[in-house]
Design a protein. Structure first.
Length: 387
């Protein structure tokens, strides 16, 4: 009967083919590095859905990892077990028989070294390089738990902790040489703490995050990257001074957002300063579009919510002053009522404010927490007695 030996025995749980059975030629095409291995035997376990390949390393010499000299002197042999990419629905396990060599270089400090498999697996690794790269891609894209669920479907079951470990131990790729970067602020906490973000304008990827927003940190970072020739920034003098100190030869350009903002503010200021000309231009444009030679009446043009940035700033400052005056008046009323002997609950009901939060922060201040605590205890005690 023709065909491979294991095809005649599919009813068995495990089919083992030894050294006397020639391997199927396509098996060599599925190996990580077929040029340096010889298939000694293979086994198929249908119950575990696993294929086990016994490989023998064939290069006649081993190269010392310390001095780099090739040596033909074999010291001993041992076996490494490696997990490889699955074949269809079968897990693959490689049992690789490798050797230990004597180093023939008398000046080398290492006398005995193990055979390296540079294109197959790293030293002391339990999985092949291509399997590790596949798990790394899954871990980077999905993380631990989601990546583990995907590996179950791909016949590569891997625990979440192992995926995270592969990601943590992966070598960080070296960023390309920087020529054009953009700097801008980002907030740790809006309104309180800000940092600086640096973006590669050629790849549109984040290069680095600086912990603060200061001239010194930007200048120091730019001094460490002398190849930068163009820096995009906002209108802040802080970044302008940092770029001047760290990269004095770099060209400073305004980013697109602030460039459009500058144009908008300039046009707004110009148009608001010439309302008559703008109104006449609108009338001329309307006549041209409607082909009407008779003069038409143009309604009053909307001049914007704020007539000018100066008026807007003055109004904002006036509103802040009014709010501050209202808070001061309320605080003064709180102090008068407290000095008159009113309890915290009575003051809160009279002024319609939260008695625990606003009285603590505005009525007494942080320096009078003890007084607030005393009045709260007295208030609570009186409430319990009444009940």
């Amino acid at each position: 009967m023709s065909g491979p030996p294991f095809s005649l025995q599919l009813h068995r749980t495990t089919v083992w083919c030894g050294a006397t059975t020639p391997p199927v030629p396509f098996i060599y095409r599925l190996l990580p590095d077929a040029s340096r291995f010889r298939v000694h035997a293979w086994a198929i376990n249908y119950r575990l859905a696993q294929i086990t390949l016994t490989l023998v390393s064939t290069p006649p010499r081993g190269r010392c990892p310390l001095c780099g000299r090739a040596s033909p002197r074999i010291h001993s042999r041992y076996q490494r077990t490696l997990a490889d990419l699955p074949w269809a629905t079968f897990h693959v396990r490689l049992e690789v028989r490798v050797r230990k060599f004597f180093c023939t270089n008398t000046a080398c400090q290492r006398r005995i070294f193990t055979e390296r498999l540079p294109d197959v697996a790293q030293p002391w690794a339990r999985r092949t390089l291509r399997l590790a790269d596949s798990l790394l891609a899954v871990g980077v894209a999905l993380g631990g738990r989601a990546g583990s669920r995907l590996t179950q479907r791909l016949q590569r079951p891997t625990p979440p902790a192992t995926l995270l470990q592969v990601v943590h131990h992966a070598a960080v790729p070296q960023p390309p040489e920087l020529h054009a970067v953009g700097v801008d602020e980002w907030s740790w906490r809006r309104g309180h703490r800000y940092g600086t973000i640096v973006v590669n304008l050629e790849t549109h990827r984040v290069v680095d995050l600086l912990p603060d927003r200061s001239t010194a940190s930007v200048a120091q970072w730019l001094a460490q990257h002398p190849g930068i020739t163009v820096v995009s920034r906002d209108r802040s003098d802080l970044y302008a001074n940092g770029i001047t100190q760290g990269a004095p030869r770099a060209i400073q350009v305004v980013d697109r957002f602030h460039l459009v903002a500058n144009l908008r503010e300039a046009l707004e200021t110009f148009f608001l300063a010439h309302p008559a000309a703008l109104k006449q231009a609108a009338a001329n444009t309307a006549q041209t579009l409607t082909q009407n030679v008779e003069p038409i009446s143009v309604p009053e043009m909307y001049r914007g919510r704020h007539r000018s940035p100066q008026n807007w700033l003055e109004r904002q400052q006036h509103q802040r002053q009014q709010r501050h005056a209202a808070r001061m008046a309320r605080d003064e009323t709180m102090c008068q009522l407290s000095n008159a002997g009113m309890t915290v609950a009575a003051i809160a009901r009279r002024l319609h404010i939260n008695r625990l939060k606003l009285l603590k922060r505005q009525g007494y201040g942080r320096a009078h927490v003890a007084l607030l605590r005393q009045r709260l205890v007295q208030d609570s005690a009186s409430t319990m007695l009444i009940a």
